[in-house]
Design a binder for this molecule. Structure first.
Ligand SMILES: Cc1ncc(COP(=O)(O)O)c(C=O)c1O
Length: 386
């Protein structure tokens, strides 16, 4: 199988698994205990906290471990909701459902900031809606298109008006460098399984001095900010994955990852007409390729590619199988036919160049086959760039 669905989840790195194994086997002591085994678990958690903090340019006290990216996001929005003044929440129209659904559930209401046809936040539209907003949540990069958002500008505008900002960095983290103080964010969410860590563990950065109210109440773990016995193996895995990604990013700024994605896309576009590259190519994550294929339904392509041993997605992972355009594609003004003919291919550093080329050949074959069966018209190759 060639896994080209890294934005949905990634395999564990070997060193991450090795770091976790002792804590799965023997390190079961509750880290809140007072005996030696418990203290060792506590120490391992604190090492991981330091690894995540270093990666983000934060201090360890600013990192809270959670049970997922979704929980981090919900916790952040809950805290903002508890402490912000009146007015609606302001979020981008392309947020992941973890942000969208939680924000929609708030009695204060929600305002959506538009994006342009390239899938990037429209800063004028954002500025207009910022007046009277209580707090902001804008993702660092979109999970479907991979388009990187103008977060620094968002934070600067919000800061001028004294409005706090959360960013859902679940997709961006590990693919581009993110330093919380450079960005100016108040809260940042991440999830280990998107960067070769385990599933079911996430982290939330909470800027020192931010007013905070926990979402989960109970035993008061994580300094009272997230109750529940800590997932020691998961947290150790998150820390190890963060350290490994930090090293890799410093070594080559993900040039190798970008080369894989670009080799796949270039070969496909050379050999296949009627393909549109969605999302502003100047601002994409190095690993994501979101493509529409004229005359092909994504659902059919997914079946053919699955048979050929290629794992990829139609739209975001959470939307797979549903035959309707995602809210991201709607917000970008992508018409329904093109939206329904789009697939997301997302690479990780564990893919190889051989896989990238083989995948391009197999995608071409599947598209040719489906076009023969469906018999619709095919236009030229299109690359969107504003
Ligand atoms: C942008 C974004 N935010 C949040 C999440 C949720 O993360 P988790 O799966 O850890 O709950 C995802 C997962 O796909 C995502 O892509």
């Amino acid at each position: 199988m060639i896994h080209l669905d890294a934005n949905a989840s990634t395999p564990l790195r070997a060193e991450v698994l090795e770091a976790m194994l002792p804590w799965l086997r023997d390190g079961y002591a509750n880290p809140s205990g007072t005996y030696a085994a418990a203290k060792r678990a506590r120490q391992a958690i604190e090492v991981a906290r330091g690894q995540v903090a270093d990666w983000l340019g934060a201090v360890p006290e600013e990192i809270v471990f959670t049970g997922s990216g979704t929980e981090s996001v919900n916790t952040a929005l809950h805290a903002l909701d508890c402490h912000a003044g009146s007015g609606p929440a302001l979020i981008s129209a392309i947020e992941h459902s973890a942000v969208l659904r939680y924000a929609e559930s708030l009695p204060r209401g929600v305002r959506l900031a538009p994006v342009n046809r390239g899938g990037r936040l429209d800063l004028d539209g954002f500025a207009e809606r910022l007046t009277g907003a209580a707090f902001v949540s804008v993702m660092a990069a979109n999970n479907e298109t991979g388009v990187i958002q103008p977060l620094r500008e968002v934070c600067a505008m919000a800061r001028e008006r004294g409005v706090a900002v959360h960013t859902d960095a679940v997709q961006a983290i590990g693919k581009i460098g993110l330093r919380v103080r450079d960005l100016g964010v108040d809260l940042l969410s991440l999830s280990a399984h998107k960067f070769h860590g385990p599933k079911g563990v996430g982290a939330l950065y909470v800027r020192t001095g931010m007013a905070f109210s926990p979402l989960l109440l109970g035993g008061g773990q994580e300094g009272g900010r997230r109750s529940g016995t800590e997932n020691t193996p998961g947290i150790v895995g998150l820390g190890a994955a963060a350290a490994a990604m930090r090293q890799q990013l410093a070594a080559d700024d993900h040039a190798a990852l970008r080369n894989l994605r670009d080799a796949f896309e270039t070969k496909l576009l050379e050999e296949l007409a009627g393909v549109t590259v969605n999302g502003d190519v100047r601002y994409r994550l190095p690993n994501t390729s979101h493509l529409s294929f004229d005359g092909c339904e994504a659902a059919g392509l997914l079946i053919l590619l699955d048979e050929a041993g290629i794992a990829c997605s139609a739209g975001s992972a959470c939307m797979s199988g549903k035959q309707r355009p995602s809210h991201v594609q709607v917000a970008m003004g992508i018409d329904e036919t093109r939206a329904k003919s789009s697939l997301r291919f997302s690479f990780s550093t564990l893919n190889t160049m051989g896989e990238a080329f083989a995948a391009a050949v197999m995608v071409k074959r599947a598209v040719d086959k489906l076009r023969r069966v469906q018999g619709s018209g095919v236009g030229p190759v299109q690359v969107y760039c504003v």
